[in-house]
Design a protein around this ligand. Structure first.
Ligand SMILES: NC(=O)c1ccc[n+]([C@@H]2O[C@H](COP(=O)([O-])OP(=O)(O)OC[C@H]3O[C@@H](n4cnc5c(N)ncnc54)[C@H](O)[C@@H]3O)[C@@H](O)[C@H]2O)c1
Length: 279
């Protein structure tokens, strides 16, 4: 066991799956006591049992402010404090590929979880941290919050808002010793990006995975597949005292997607030119 988070108490929302699950495993390994929050009680409770006495599960819908306050109160009562709040729970919303097909009711659901959930989680945690010597808030945004593009408009809007919200409260909360930072994962292999759906057999799900993988990789300079553990490591750094002088940042964990387009346009142009001349 490492000791990066020894003596710290952390709340992780969306901890029953994907990135939140990987963060829960890593934070416990690094000595933290954690409260796992999720609407998925079955997987959340299973994980807490697996992680032992350092972990407890609390069913929480982050879109409900009263439940989020109860979550923070539970962490303080159960583990004796709260030093790290990882607001990670999020949904993609309906997967329409064109805005004209979007149902804007979906927008309210996405904003309720992805933005309002992060705002309430940040405020409830910060109120405790401000009275108790500070802490670290890590909010999970997305590269979709900085890259305009086709589809997922509600998701993009919610994540862009999370980024500006986090930077702004980083300034406001600094005087209390509270650091606030954001993560921007790229393509990370989790259920959120599986394009599976409940109707698929395991064999069909594998076929879909194989088919969508190269498409995911196409705009990513590093061709290695992003894993939940990659994002958990970044969350660990921002949560830990190693990042004591780091606040108000957006840290991409995206294999270089936001660094720029991996297509060598000059090579493509020269190829087209040479083909044109040869023809
Ligand atoms: N996977 C990616 O490629 C990727 C990329 C960028 C950002 N993200 C962000 O990372 C975060 C985690 O995503 P993931 O890929 O691990 O997804 P995931 O679907 O594997 O896990 C999300 C978890 O959040 C929980 N959840 C959903 N609604 C909730 C609610 N109202 N209250 C509490 N919990 C709720 C789900 O039950 C699930 O356990 C999200 O905010 C997502 O937007 C993911």
């Amino acid at each position: 066991m490492g000791g990066e988070l020894a003596g710290k108490v952390a709340v992780i929302t969306g901890a029953a799956s994907g990135i939140g699950r990987a963060a829960a495993e890593l934070f416990v390994k690094e000595g933290a006591k954690v409260v796992l929050a999720d609407i998925d009680a079955q997987h959340g409770e299973e994980l807490a049992a697996q992680l032992g006495a350092a972990a407890a599960f609390r069913r929480t819908d982050v879109a409900d402010a009263a439940q989020v306050q109860a979550l923070v109160d539970f962490a303080v009562a159960h583990h004796g404090g709260l030093h790290i709040m990882f607001n990670n729970a999020g949904i993609s919303g309906a997967m329409h590929d064109r805005f004209l097909d979007d149902d804007l009711k979906d927008f309210q659901r996405v904003i309720g979880i992805n933005l309002f959930g992060v705002m309430t989680g940040s405020q409830c945690a910060a109120r405790h941290m401000a009275r108790n010597g500070g802490g670290s808030i890590v909010n999970n945004a997305s590269i979709a919050g900085v890259l305009p593009g086709h589809a997922l408009m509600s998701y993009r809007a919610s994540k862009a808002a999370v980024i500006l919200f986090s930077k702004s409260i980083a300034i406001d909360l600094a005087e209390y010793g509270i650091r606030v930072n954001c993560l921007a994962p790229g393509h990370i292999r989790t259920p959120l990006t599986s394009f599976g759906g409940p109707g698929l057999s395991p064999e069909q799900a594998e076929r879909v995975k194989a088919a969508v993988s190269p498409v995911f990789d196409s705009n990513q300079p590093l061709k290695r597949h992003g894993r939940p553990e990659d994002v958990a490591q970044a969350a660990l750094f921002l949560a830990s005292d190693r990042a004591a002088q780091v606040t108000g940042i957006l840290m991409p964990v995206d294999g270089g997607i936001t660094a720029g387009d991996p297509v060598n346009h000059l090579a493509e142009i020269l190829k087209a030119r040479n083909q044109a001349l040869a023809g």
